[in-house]
Write a protein that binds this ligand. Structure first.
Ligand SMILES: Nc1ncnc2c1ncn2[C@@H]1O[C@H](COP(=O)(O)OP(=O)(O)OP(=O)(O)O)[C@@H](O)[C@H]1O
Ligand SMILES: [Mg+2]
Length: 363
């Protein structure tokens, strides 16, 4: 498998008991897999079972003896954590369960191997669904897209507001939104950054990156709060509606990130031009509301961005948004000669997200 980056980790004691216990550390909810079991499930980590590669390692599709399909993520990153810390984090992650979060089924800690086993999601990622649509004819309709936005927002609300301690995801993006057989969205990779506290290699690398998901205060000052996730979620809404990647920076003849383009269209009253040309039938008012919610989420001043529970309300309820409260977005522009953080306004006043932002439309 070629993923033995944990060389300094002490070799695992040979398993002698059937307890769900590794080197004396018990695991409440996590199923413990042997390396052999996962090798069998993936035909010896055969290339044909590989379904992707991310910053934390390679992902394989596996099938357990009882027929259960699994996604096997073989972690391959520098970690100074020992077995104890690793398992503590795994235990924490596995206790976080919600219908819009990818379920961690178990793990394997053997020798230098650190492997996570997740439920397998049949319809790949949102990134795949949006970008591969033309070739695969898997067109997401408006209902599916709006449900993906709402489901993702509910998963994030759970991470941000319902569990203690709260979890900041840090890496909300279309490839981390997985879709089950009914296209229900499930957020993947939450809590993973904590497994690598000293070297969140690929996330910090991306601080210099071009993805367009990162909140300006995070890029600028490394300030990581819940509101950085809210920003990324706003960008995700824009991608879901436009069918375009936020990292594609060319619109017409000018170089712009998706968010910058969306703001320009908003100011010119031409928001529907953002809509994916492949989306033929949709409720215009609703789509416009979603874009406006995205703009609220991506405001330059983090404190003005809504909490995720407010976002769920705005998206799912018959609510009119008070646009007077909307301030311009902040975005990170990246080109080799010109790395800068832009803010479409000169004002940087700090204020709280106004509660006057929404009104339930009277029936
Ligand atoms: N549980 C899963 N079920 C089905 N496919 C999955 C699952 N988890 C990951 N994948 C596939 O594997 C790919 C790689 O996932 P991975 O999380 O390693 O990378 P990424 O999301 O592109 O980047 P990052 O490392 O920043 O999360 C995904 O884009 C998806 O196609
Ligand atoms: Mg991922």
């Amino acid at each position: 498998m070629g993923c033995g980056c944990f060389g300094s980790v002490p070799v695992q004691k040979k398993e002698t008991s059937t307890h769900n216990d590794l080197e004396g550390h018990s695991l409440d909810n996590v199923r413990k897999f042997s390396y052999k079991e996962l090798r069998l499930a993936t035909y010896n980590f055969d290339r044909s079972t590989k379904i992707g590669r991310g910053g934390f390692g390679v992902v394989y599709k596996g099938i357990l003896k009882d027929g259960t399909q699994i996604a096997v993520k073989a972690l391959c990153a520098e970690s100074k954590q020992g077995v104890r810390e690793f398992l503590t984090e795994i235990n924490t992650i596995s206790n976080v369960r919600h219908q819009n979060l990818v379920e961690l089924i178990g793990c394997c800690v053997e020798g230098a191997h650190r492997i996570l086993v997740y439920e397998f999601l049949e319809n790949n990622s949102l990134e795949h669904a949006l970008l591969a649509k033309r070739s695969h004819n898997t067109q997401l309709n408006w209902k599916q897209r709006s449900e993906i936005c709402i489901g993702t927002a509910q998963g994030l609300t759970y991470l941000h507001e319902d569990i203690e301690p709260h979890i900041v995801h840090r890496d909300i993006k279309a490839s981390n939104i997985l879709l089950d057989k009914d296209f229900t969205p499930k957020i993947g990779d939450f809590g993973l950054a904590k497994l690598f506290p000293d070297s969140i290699t690929h996330i910090s690398t991306k601080l210099a990156g071009t993805t367009g998901y990162l909140a300006p205060e995070y890029v600028l000052g490394g300030q990581l709060t819940l509101k950085a996730d809210v920003y990324s979620f706003g960008v995700l809404i824009l991608e879901t509606i436009s069918g375009r990647s936020s990292s594609t920076s060319s619109w017409g003849t000018t170089q712009k990130v998706l968010l910058e383009w969306a703001w320009e269209l908003y100011e010119e009253g031409r928001l529907l031009e953002l809509v994916d040309p492949d989306l033929h039938t949709y409720a215009e008012e609703e789509v416009i509301k979603y874009i406006k919610v995205a703009l609220f989420c991506t405001q330059a001043t983090a404190n003005r961005r809504p909490m995720m529970s407010q976002v769920v309300n705005m998206l799912s309820r018959n609510i009119r948004i008070n646009e007077k409260e909307l301030t311009p977005p902040g975005f990170f522009q990246d080109s080799s000669e010109n790395k800068k953080v832009s803010d479409a306004t000169t004002s940087r006043q700090i204020s709280s997200f106004p509660t006057t932002i929404t009104q339930v439309t009277p029936r």
